[in-house]
Every structure is written in structure tokens, then in C-alpha cells.
Design a protein around this ligand. Structure first.
Ligand code: PGA
Length: 239
């Protein structure tokens, strides 16, 4: 795992966005998987500004949402689909049909997840991932099998509690749909993003602890092209 450290959050945002613009210029039909959550908010804001300034185009790219919360109203603004649309998709020139997302309200989620994997096809060129306090990637909680595909998952208590930040109500989701660990581990390139002091312990464990499914993020130490982007706070225990 290639560790990239930045003194400030704005330098961290700037570096990720600069590399992402480069990837899209080099390969305009980039197939990319994106997370929602607090971590990428500044990155999406900067990418939206870049798109408006004509510095980057998503016109030939395809974007897949990493996961989706279940048990919420279809128009809940905290759902991954709506968050990504609001923070990035609406501001860039991605064709609507090139934005793929998971729908937890379909009658047959297993079939829907299979279709999602079929749409992903031979894997992502690039995945951006946040990291959970317990090391989860997307909604791949500790113990997720390395060969797991897109599927329904139950969320851990810490994940449910920390999701409270995304919702204006107390009906917190207890399950979701997520792209699986197999797809994460087979993605051509993976960027794990972490900012803020709350992530320092899990970053330390990810870099220095055992490589084991009990911390899904640690498995990325075996990935041939994975970079971890940390600001000074998130990387504070491993500098
Ligand atoms: P966060 O979530 O970006 O809101 O910290 C990350 C995660 O739980 O995967």
C-alpha cells in the first residue's frame, strides 16, 4: 500500500482531485466506483468546481455507487444515490445512463445485485473508498469474505451509530447493499481516503496490524495498486 500524507486537509483534497483529473484525461472512459459519506465531501466539491471550469470531463466515464442504505424512504436525502447526485453527479457532464446505483427497494435484491455485478463487468479502473471506524470498505463489515460479490449486508452497531451524521431523522438504516470485497480487491486501482483524527486508530491498525478479514481495509496491503491518502490527523499515529 502506497501511503500519501498531506499536512492539511486542503492539500489532501487537492492531491486526490489532481490525480483524478489526470486519470480522466488519460482514460476518458474510466469506469469508477465512488463512495458517499463525510470523507469525500471536499473532494466532490473540488471536482464539481473543476468540471464547471472545464478542467475535467466525465462525458465518456461511467460511475457506480459503492453501496446503498436499505430501509429508508426512496427520497431520503441521506441515501448514497442522492448524496452522490447532489455532491458531484449533478455538477458534471456524466450522461445520466452512465450513473449506476443500487436500489434496495426492488422486490428481488439478489437478482438486482447480480445485475449490478454484470454491469460492472470486468471490474473497475478505479475505486475511491472511505474507511469505517472498524475498517469496513463500503458496507463490507469485518468478516466479509474476500470473494464476496455485490449483496445485501447487515450493518454493525458502530456503522449504524456513525451513519447518524448523514440523516436528519433517527430511523437509522440497519442494512444495505454493497459492492463486494472481490470487486474491491480486483479493481485495477484503489484509493483509500481518510481524514480527521477519528480515523487515526483504524489507519494505524490497517497499516501495522494483521492482514486479516477482521479489518477489511488491511487486505488492501496485498493489492498491487492501492494508495492510502491521509491528512495529518488521520495519519497521526503512523507518521
Ligand atoms: P465517513 O464514512 O466518510 O462518513 O467517515 C466512511 C465509512 O464509514 O466507510
Amino acid at each position: 500500500m502506497n501511503v500519501l500524507r498531506f499536512d492539511t486537509e486542503s492539500a489532501w483534497v487537492g492531491a486526490v482531485c489532481s490525480l483524478l483529473r489526470d486519470r480522466l484525461r488519460t482514460k476518458p472512459d474510466l469506469k469508477i466506483c465512488l463512495p458517499s459519506g463525510t470523507t469525500p465531501v471536499g473532494i466532490y466539491a473540488e471536482m464539481s468546481r473543476s468540471a464547471r471550469a472545464g478542467l475535467v470531463s466525465f462525458a465518456r466515464a461511467s460511475v457506480f455507487a459503492l453501496d446503498e442504505f436499505g430501509g429508508l424512504a426512496p427520497d431520503d436525502p441521506g441515501r448514497t444515490k442522492h448524496t452522490l447526485q447532489r455532491q458531484l453527479i449533478d455538477a458534471v457532464d456524466l450522461p445520466p445512463a452512465a450513473f449506476h446505483y443500487l436500489d434496495p427497494d426492488v422486490p428481488d435484491t439478489a437478482e438486482h445485485c447480480k445485475d449490478y455485478d454484470a454491469a460492472i463487468g470486468d471490474g473497475f479502473d478505479l475505486m475511491l473508498l472511505g474507511i469505517g471506524l472498524n475498517g469496513h470498505l463500503g458496507m463490507n463489515e469485518p468478516g466479509s469474505p474476500v470473494d464476496s460479490s455485490t449483496r445485501r449486508v447487515e450493518l454493525e452497531g458502530t456503522t449504524i451509530q456513525s451513519s447518524a451524521r448523514y440523516f436528519a431523522h433517527h430511523n437509522l438504516p440497519r442494512w444495505g447493499l454493497t459492492v463486494g470485497m472481490k470487486t474491491v480487491l480486483e479493481s485495477k486501482e484503489v484509493w483509500v481516503l481518510a481524514n480527521g483524527a477519528a480515523k487515526a486508530p483504524i489507519i494505524q491498525q490497517t497499516l501495522r496490524g494483521e492482514i486479516d478479514s477482521s479489518n477489511p481495509a488491511s487486505l488492501l496491503r496485498r493489492h498491487p495498486n492501492c494508495s492510502l491518502f491521509v491528512d495529518a490527523e488521520a495519519g497521526g499515529r503512523t507518521s
